[in-house]
Design a protein around this ligand. Structure first.
Ligand code: NDP
Ligand code: 2IT
Length: 445
């Protein structure tokens, strides 16, 4: 780390004790923006890095709700409004029992740089709750969402803060959240949430966007190496929103996804994942991934082992943070993997990133590779503002163009700062420089 950044990082550690995921995300950025610090002394004078590491606002609230048996539950809600230099706060909501303030801060911090990379006018935020939607009835999820929004609504607005989905928050949850916002405020303010259903202000391709974008980014990383996804065996972890639409696009681009997972294990289907079956198991029935293997001959369900042991040329970790460790990265390299793209946020541990980069594996960090979701959200905001709705084809073409541009921005910035082929350096410096310039222009606020 650049010596000027060390005391700043130490202060982040001291004043955010125990928030290990937040520390990890900050360290990764500070370790790569050193060359930009040397080139821009004016950023240091304005204390840009110190300001970027401190959220503009952090909201924590109680969420009481009643289950179907009449039992009362208390969860904790969060919204961390990290940075609004480039536009209204923007970023998803995660409902998962593991969610702590430090989780939301790591995600919000990443989001600032990711959103900057899209080139669209969106600031960075994240929110969520330790509520676990798995195994809950639709009505329980609805009551939770209504209680969550009863507090959160006062902080939101189409020009203020615009949440979307993340783990555990999809179209169902966003529908209930939007319904409650509309009811409380008496405003049909479509642009206050993105990822909505198509009948109430949603946009074509938002559901598919993170996964499609991740596949497009991978295609670009391979293209500059004179290669493509055609004929490649691919492993995608997870089987949620990001994973499913990554698999869909990888198949359309000629690759074959041979394994995917959930928190109980993974399925290996050497002939290629049957996407209709996977969608039925996961999106319609909300079953465990083992149900996939029970319904199709030739597929096996494996638990207690790592999905990264399945041989592949391309890996797309698309489940959760720190799911790809050194052992996994070593197995990937050993089996001849040539490219890894992060569909999830921070799925690869820092040591595993080093293993991959040192082995010459093309490595696309999440804040670039999975930016397609939030980019499509910004397009949804644009459509809501103009009361318009674009076709699927037009929306997908826009998404692809944005991903190609993000790739180019990362690739060129890495070259410019003396780290050719290092997308981590490229993404962090390109995102940082854009936010820093905007913050300078806005003055000390
Ligand atoms: P979903 O809730 O739809 O799916 C998450 C998937 O990850 C599930 O299959 C889940 O399995 C699995 N998973 C969770 N924890 C673990 C674990 N410890 N080990 C193995 N598998 C696990 O979430 P999304 O697909 O939306 O999000 C996935 C990742 O992508 C997250 O990191 C998210 O932040 C990121 N992301 C999401 C975007 C979006 O638009 N949705 C945009 C950009 C990034 P199970 O059901 O068993 O828990
Ligand atoms: O991590 C992410 O980029 C998201 N969960 C999507 C955020 C958004 O506002 O669409």
């Amino acid at each position: 780390m650049h010596e000027a950044l060390e005391p700043i990082f130490q202060r982040v550690l001291d004043r955010n004790p125990g928030e290990t995921e937040f520390h990890q995300a900050v360290r990764e950025v500070l370790e790569s923006i050193g060359p930009a610090v040397d080139r821009h002394p004016e950023y240091a004078d304005a204390k840009i890095v110190e300001r970027i590491c401190e959220p503009e606002r952090q909201i924590i609230f109680r969420v009481p709700w009643e289950d179907d048996e009449g039992n009362i539950h208390i969860n904790r809600g969060f919204r961390v409004e990290f940075n609004s230099a480039l536009g209204p706060y923007k970023g998803g909501l995660r409902f998962h029992p593991s969610v702590l303030l430090g989780t939301v801060k790591f995600l919000g911090f990443e989001q600032v740089f990711k959103n900057a990379l899209t080139g669209l006018p969106i600031g960075g935020a994240k929110g969520g709750s330790d509520f676990d939607p798995r195994g809950r009835s639709d009505r329980e999820v609805m009551r939770f969402c209504q209680s969550f929004m009863l507090e959160l609504y006062r902080h939101l607005g189409e020009h203020t803060d615009v949440p979307a989905g993340d783990m555990g928050v999809g179209a169902r949850e966003l529908g209930y959240l939007f319904g409650q916002y509309k009811r409380i405020t008496n405003r049909y303010e479509s642009g206050v949430l993105t990822g909505k259903g198509l009948l109430y202000g949603g946009a074509q391709v938002r559901r598919e966007a993170t996964g499609y974008g991740s596949a497009f980014f991978m295609e670009e990383m391979l293209r500059v190496r004179g290669d493509s996804l055609e004929g490649k065996d691919v492993v995608v972890s997870g089987s949620g929103n990001v994973a499913i639409y990554t698999i869909e696009k990888v198949h359309q681009l000629g690759g074959r996804v041979v394994a995917c997972s959930d928190s109980t294990g993974f399925v290996h289907d050497p002939r290629g994942i049957d996407l209709d079956l996977l969608k039925d198991v996961k999106e319609v029935r909300r079953e465990r991934i083992s149900a996939y293997a029970e319904k199709i001959a030739g597929a096996t369900f494996v638990s207690g082992r790592s999905i990264w042991e399945v041989p592949c040329q391309v890996a797309l970790p698309s489940a959760t943070q720190n799911e790809l460790d050194v052992a996994g990265a070593t197995a990937l390299v050993r089996n001849g993997c040539i490219a890894v793209g992060e569909g999830a946020n921070m799925p690869t541990t820092p040591d595993a990133v080093r293993v991959l980069q040192e082995a010459g594996v093309a490595f696309g960090p999440g804040k670039a590779a999975n930016a397609g979701g939030v980019a499509a959200s910004a397009l949804e905001m644009q459509q809501n503002a103009s009361r318009d709705s674009w076709t699927f084809e037009h929306s997908e073409a826009r998404l692809r163009e944005i991903m190609v541009n993000i790739h180019a921005r990362c690739y060129e910035t890495a070259e410019e700062y003396g780290a050719p082929g290092n997308y981590v350096t490229g993404a962090n410096i390109a995102g940082y420089a854009r936010v820093a310039e905007a913050m300078l222009g806005l003055g000390l606020i």
